[in-house]
Design a protein around this ligand. Structure first.
Ligand SMILES: [Zn+2]
Length: 131
């Protein structure tokens, strides 16, 4: 249970909504490119490798775009369906600091659990320290 005030919850909700709307308005990067790519490669084979790389970059952007859009939409749904537990870390259940949520309203993990997921559980610095 997080001690988030209704004002904070409302602020986060509008933050999530505006970010989600901006994402959707921006759209995945490669959709508008596809026509350009096919017509260009038809005329100039030298552009081939460039275009392939371009598309790879675009699809990388798409993956990031998709992941963040899904995360934003999921956070918005969590906030609406379970306002009481919104902002609690998914892994340890501790409240995520409001400042972190303001920067990353779709964050589902506290900084510590996020780091643990990315790098694995905290390890001893040196085994010899404990011998
Ligand atoms: Zn946590």
């Amino acid at each position: 249970m997080v001690s988030m005030s209704p004002d904070d919850a409302a602020r986060l909700r509008s933050l999530l909504q505006s970010r989600l709307e901006a994402r959707v308005a921006q759209g995945p990067q490669s959709v508008a490119r596809e026509d350009v790519d096919t017509s260009a490669t038809a005329h100039d084979d030298d552009l081939g490798p460039h275009m392939a790389m371009d598309q790879a970059i675009a699809s990388g952007r798409n993956a990031a775009w998709t992941a963040e859009t899904i995360a934003l939409a999921a956070a918005l749904r969590r906030l609406e369906e379970e306002p009481d537990s919104f902002g609690d870390c998914e892994d340890c259940g501790e409240p995520i600091p409001l400042r972190r949520l303001e920067l990353m309203p779709h964050a589902a993990l506290c900084v510590r659990c996020q780091a643990t997921r990315e790098t694995g559980p905290a390890r001893r610095r040196k085994v010899t320290d404990y011998v």
